[in-house]
Design a protein around this ligand. Structure first.
Ligand SMILES: NC(=O)C1=CN([C@@H]2O[C@H](COP(=O)(O)OP(=O)(O)OC[C@H]3O[C@@H](n4cnc5c(N)ncnc54)[C@H](OP(=O)(O)O)[C@@H]3O)[C@@H](O)[C@H]2O)C=CC1
Ligand SMILES: O=C1O[C@H](COP(=O)(O)O)[C@@H](O)[C@H](O)[C@H]1O
Length: 503
């Protein structure tokens, strides 16, 4: 066996161990092209796809296998950096692909999928639903009725699952009628981000933080997920959803869970998910009287992005000019339990902000007795800044003595800084979908969302949506390229605080 082959085999034994048959519904859609093929290619390049792993693309368009492979090759060329495109790996990857034209709503077409699976032996089947959630029920049922499934089959579903608790229950029931929970992988791609997983390591591997992580030592928590992009031509989807359903119900609440949860007994999927559910259950529900003080909804108007003029939300292609859908939301919430009582969690997320920035800031309390210059009192607290993207890293703001003979005991804030790109320079930070696809192939569920998590997240969001609907107020306008409505600054400053924008 060559050295190369040997290292490939041992890597597989550590990570993957078996071949998989992917059946990808929505094989010609945006998600597949932008995220899934590039992620699978990267896994192949890293020798993490076992030799006989195959993928069957499924969509309604009439394309032959060669045409399908050319489309996938074009996606790789568009979304993979040039120096990461290896012709040999591209060819190996494309040879794994096959295609069937199937209308997912018609059971007749599924015979093609069943035939493709014949002779698969004990190779597990992973059905990936990169289609709208309204098709999930039909697809699961038809896969079963056509005899295409076996005990090995896992299903991967994308967010959003429904638009409220009731509709998510219907979708989850339809999937659950065919697949047991242990074989359902609900994606929240934020859980696949390297820095998001790092929250678990940071909190539970460092006693320094473990002992301080509660209302005795932390005064408040900020989570910002700012996007520079607008709605990217997705008016039809986005206008029905809005930023609360698109980003808060899933990604931001998962971040809240990872920050607020108690230590799990171990790293098993259910141990982690049990703790996350406790956080979701403890979130303080919204009532009408909190809308004026604790929540701000915004919608972007025309402005600039990277120095270029960009249209407002209501001027986007296909826009309905009467829409009150929010593209920004800021809120103050609380996890009402022993650990976090009285600690506000300030969340904000919006589209068309000045930059792409996802970061969590943990603000520690001040010392009980302050002995330095009274003018510097506002400096005297530590902050832990966890930068999720871009420029992934962690910075702990500490206070030291300012140097110089004339400075006396003046304080100077400065970061103890861990920049992931510098610290781990030789390691490429993988895209979230690479990690998630790998975990699906390994049959591990800890990075996927369990049904009760989805339900409790919806229950909390529904309380806010109902309060909004009763008030029926238009969102506040904010210019593209700004940090959202001024009211979101007022919301936090009423507590004597401000959004943290340094790093
Ligand atoms: N795009 C993204 O960045 C993200 C997407 N998602 C979710 O992923 C899913 C897919 O999104 P996206 O890729 O953007 O959607 P697209 O509209 O770009 O793609 C949908 C795909 O589904 C296929 N399709 C639609 N109807 C049928 C049918 N009846 N039978 C078989 N195939 C069908 C389409 O092909 P054809 O018309 O040929 O049948 C196409 O390949 C959605 O649930 C979305 O919410 C989640 C996070 C991010
Ligand atoms: O799920 C979604 O996420 C993206 C933001 O993801 P990121 O990895 O770029 O932070 C968001 O733009 C999209 O509207 C939403 O559906």
């Amino acid at each position: 066996m060559s050295q190369d082959k040997r290292s490939r085999s041992s890597k597989l034994a550590d990570t993957l161990g078996s071949d998989v048959d992917f059946v990808l519904f929505g094989a010609l859609g945006d998600l597949s092209q932008r995220k899934l093929y590039p992620a699978l290619y990267q896994l192949d390049r890293e020798n993490l796809l076992a030799d006989n792993t195959r993928l069957l693309g499924v969509a309604r368009q009439e394309v032959d296998v060669e045409g399908f492979r050319s489309r996938v090759e074009a996606s790789l060329k568009e979304y993979i950096k040039r120096d990461e495109l290896d012709a040999e790996v591209v060819e190996r990857f494309l040879n794994r692909l096959d295609y069937r034209c199937v209308d997912a709503t018609q059971v007749e077409g599924y015979a093609g999928i069943r035939e493709w699976r014949q002779g698969a032996g004990d190779r597990p089947m992973v059905v990936y639903l990169a289609v709208g959630a309204s098709l999930y029920g039909d697809i699961c049922r038809h896969l079963e009725d056509s005899g295409s499934l076996d005990e090995s089959a896992r299903v991967v579903v994308e967010k959003p699952i429904g638009h409220d608790l009731e509709s998510s229950d219907e979708i989850n029931d339809a999937i659950g009628a065919v697949f047991p929970e242990s074989r359902i992988y609900r994606i929240d791609h934020y859980l696949g981000k390297e820095t998001v997983q790092n929250l678990i390591a940071l909190r539970f591997a460092n006693p320094l933080f473990g002992t301080q992580w509660n209302q005795n030592h932390i005064s408040h928590v900020e989570i910002t997920v700012a996007e520079k992009v607008g709605i990217e031509g997705r008016w039809g989807y986005f206008d029905q959803a809005g930023q609360l359903r698109d980003m808060v119900q899933n990604h931001l609440l998962q971040l809240v869970c990872l920050i607020a949860m108690d230590p799990p007994a171990n790293l098993d999927a259910d141990a982690i998910r049990d703790e996350k559910v406790k956080v979701l259950k403890a979130l303080k529900p919204f009532t009408d009287d909190m809308l004026g003080t604790d929540v701000v909804r915004g919608q972007y108007i025309a402005g600039t992005s990277d120095g270029q003029s960009v249209p407002g939300y209501l001027e986007e292609p296909d826009a309905n000019t009467a829409s009150h859908t929010e593209t920004f939301v800021a809120m103050k919430t609380e996890v009402s339990n022993w650990r976090w009582a009285g600690v506000p969690f300030y969340l904000r997320t919006g589209k068309r902000m000045p930059e792409k920035l996802s970061q969590i800031v943990i603000h520690f309390r001040q010392q009980p007795h302050y002995i330095f210059d009274p003018d510097q009192r506002s400096l005297a607290a530590n902050k832990l800044v966890i930068r999720l993207q871009p420029d992934e890293g962690i910075a702990l703001q500490v206070l030291t003595k300012d140097s110089g003979l004339d400075k006396g005991m003046r304080l100077r804030p400065g970061p103890l800084h861990l920049d992931f790109n510098n610290a781990f320079a030789k390691t490429r930070i993988p895209d979230a979908y690479e990690r998630l696809l790998l975990e699906v192939m390994k049959g591990q569920q800890y990075l996927f969302v369990r049904r009760d998590e989805v339900e409790h997240a919806w229950k909390w969001c529904d309380s806010l949506i109902e309060a909004w609907q009763e008030r029926d107020e238009p969102p506040r306008r904010y210019p593209s390229g700004s940090w959202g409505p001024v009211a979101s600054i007022a919301m936090i400053s009423q507590d004597g605080r401000s959004w943290y924008e340094d790093y």
